[in-house]
Design a protein around this ligand. Structure first.
Ligand code: SF4
Length: 241
C-alpha cells in the first residue's frame, strides 16, 4: 500500500504530465462560464441586427466609416440624403470633398471622413471592379476601413466571421467580463477570437454592442437589469452579488 506521501506524489506527477492543451482553463475563461455568458446573451438579445441603416455592402461600409466617434442614430440621419446623391462607389468617386463634407458634417471629424469615403469609393472602382471586396485582407486596404469596419461588413453583408468586431462597447464589456485583459481593440479582438467559438463571433459582437448601449453603459452600468450579473465580477459593478 502506498503511503500518503507517495500517493500525493503519484497524483501530482500524473497531472503534471498532462499536456497543457488537454487542460481546460478555469477562472474567467472556463468553458462553462463562457457558455453561460453566450446563453445569457442569447436570452437577452435573441434577434440582434446591425443598427446602421443600409441596403448594400457599399452603404454599410460608408455608414460604418461615418460611425467612428459618432452614434448610429446620428449616422442614420445623415446617410439617406448622402446615398440619394451618391448611391454607388462610382457616383461617390466623382464627388468633391466639399460636397461630401456638407452632407456628413454632423457626424464629426467630417474632413477626414469625407476623404475616407471618397478614397474608399475610388479604390473600389480602381482595384475591385466597383464592388466592395469580400475578404478582410482586401477590405482593410480601403481608406478609413480598419479591422472593425471590415469585420462589420463581412459579418453583416457576407456572413463571414474572419474576426470579432471590437468597438467601444465590445472593448469595455469584454474587459468587464474578464474575457479579455489587453489595452487595445486589436489585442482584445485576438483574445476574444481565442475564447469565443468562431460560429458565435458575429452574433456575439452584435449582442454585446446592444448590451453596451442598453445596460452595460460606460458610466454607472445598469447591473440591476443585467442578466449577466451573476457571472460578472467587474470592479465597477453598481450592484454586488
Ligand atoms: S453586471 Fe454590470 S458591469 Fe457586469 S456586465 Fe452586467 S451591466 Fe455590465
Amino acid at each position: 500500500m502506498l503511503s500518503k506521501t507517495k500517493r500525493a506524489t503519484k497524483s501530482t506527477t500524473t497531472h503534471s504530465r498532462l499536456p497543457p492543451k488537454n487542460r481546460s482553463p478555469r477562472g474567467p475563461l472556463a468553458p462553462d462560464r463562457i457558455a453561460a455568458i453566450l446563453k445569457a446573451l442569447d436570452e437577452a438579445y435573441p434577434n440582434v441586427e446591425c443598427a446602421l441603416t443600409h441596403h448594400s455592402p457599399w452603404e454599410l461600409l460608408v455608414a460604418t466609416i461615418l460611425s467612428a466617434q459618432c452614434t448610429d442614430v446620428r449616422v442614420n440621419m445623415v446617410t439617406p440624403e448622402l446615398f440619394r446623391q451618391f448611391h454607388s462607389p462610382a457616383a461617390m468617386a466623382r464627388a468633391t470633398l466639399p460636397e461630401l463634407e456638407a452632407l456628413i458634417r454632423t457626424t464629426g471629424f467630417y474632413h477626414n471622413k469625407a476623404k475616407s469615403i471618397q478614397g474608399a469609393a475610388r479604390k473600389i472602382i480602381a482595384d475591385f471592379a466597383g464592388k466592395v471586396p469580400e475578404t478582410l485582407a482586401e477590405l482593410i486596404t480601403l481608406p478609413g476601413a480598419a479591422r472593425k469596419t471590415a469585420n462589420v461588413v463581412l459579418g453583416v453583408c457576407f456572413g463571414k466571421a474572419e474576426g470579432v468586431v471590437v468597438d467601444t462597447h465590445v472593448f469595455r464589456i469584454a474587459r468587464r467580463l474578464e474575457l479579455a485583459k489587453q489595452d487595445t481593440p486589436e489585442k482584445v479582438e485576438q483574445e476574444l477570437m481565442r475564447v469565443i467559438r468562431q460560429d458565435r463571433w458575429i452574433s456575439f459582437s452584435h449582442q454585446i454592442i446592444h448590451h453596451g448601449r442598453q445596460v452595460c453603459v460606460a458610466r454607472n452600468p445598469k447591473c440591476d437589469r443585467c442578466n449577466l450579473e451573476q457571472l460578472c465580477h467587474s470592479y465597477d459593478k453598481t450592484r454586488q452579488s
